[in-house]
Design a protein around this ligand. Sequence first.
Ligand code: NAD
Length: 423
Amino acid sequence: MEHQEQPDASHESAWETALAQLDEVAELMGLAPGVHQLLRAPKRALTVSVPFRMDDGSTRVYQGHRVQHNVTRGPAKGGIRYHQDVTIDEVKALAMWMTWKCAVTGIPFGGAKGGVEVDPRQHSRGELERMTRRYASEILPLIGPERDIPAPDMNTDEEIMSWIMDTYSANKGYSVPGVVTGKPVAIGGSKGRGGATSRGVMYMIFSALRSRGLAIEEVSIAIQGYGKVGGRAAQMLHDAGCQVVAISDVEGGLYNPKGLDPEAINRHKQGLGTVSGYPGADSITNQELLEIDCDVLVPAAVEGVVTVKNADRVRADIVCEAANGPITFEADKVLNDRGIFVVPDILANAGGVVVSYFEWVQDIQAYFWSEEDVNDRLRDILERAYGEVETLANEKGLTLRQAAHWIGVGRVAEAHLTRGLFP
Ligand code: NAD
């Protein structure tokens, strides 16, 4: 047979991964071809030019995007990312995953995502504020509490959400807290939102440990990415009695088989802005972290870090995807064949959107809940979703990812078929 060059799956983009996951589950569940075709493309994608004044008086212009993948089950919902590598295709993938994430957890939102092609490390806070306000103005026709509700993602935070809320409100002439989530409590944020994604990751790790018959106090954990999600997850898992043996950020990683102390690392990071150089551990690379001998691996940084090139070297028993899309479609098959138990992103990191939903509900009702209520309801929703996914996986012989997509895609398809096609 003639030799045919195979595509290099290690270069699979986030969008290719998202489409391959949808196509696979559409075939498994016998999804109606019309609905499948409809779900393969986002409903709306807006690319905007974002000019803003630099501190020295010059002008800089970046591209920004906002994509709404689907709004059939409710308003679009999804974070805004600031990163130099943002592309429209990446934003489309992240928006599609948001659709399934909301559906599999039973949250009445559709999926969206936004991004600006900026390296925020190159800008002062003042420059970022002006850029954010201009980006918010440019996507203003798409967003709103009944339309599309942004939230923090990589390199965006509570303060950036405040600027978006303020820009939107100034345009309306009155305060509209429900236009964003993940904002400070002082302007209508929810208690518990800051740590919600990490708390959800922890609950999903505990559920996976129960499925595998492992005890919380006996497991060692490696976490890639030490930001809002990974950093807080490290602290929560450490406090719960797990041994966090490796962590990393974009500068590099730390490893100590006897366990790391997140509080001491946080103090080190506060001073230097990175975990690198912390004295109580060996330095490792991000690549080495993925291959550490541990029970649970938690990728909590960027997409596509586990590919066909390194999937056979992952040594964890469980991989819990705190980041969106850290494992490519092909690498997922390798992990599954090797018996590695993967908790998929649309379940593992759904804690953020669940508490964003709580924040939106509290804003609309102007009635605010205690942190205990928030955490208890978060746990209920995530554990129920995990249970439904695991039951379907066992019934049909699927992976957790396939089952989670089956349920998520199924609920969106049902909503489409129930509403009918306009006109
Ligand atoms: P963040 O900006 O707060 O932190 C990102 C961390 O990853 C930082 O420590 C950074 O140094 C590190 N990092 C960046 N590039 C890296 C690389 N190439 N290799 C290794 N480390 C790298 O972002 P975040 O909000 O913690 O988001 C992390 C992931 O979690 C993203 O995939 C995001 O989409 C996902 N997520 C976030 C939320 C949320 O509520 N913030 C919710 C769901 C999913």
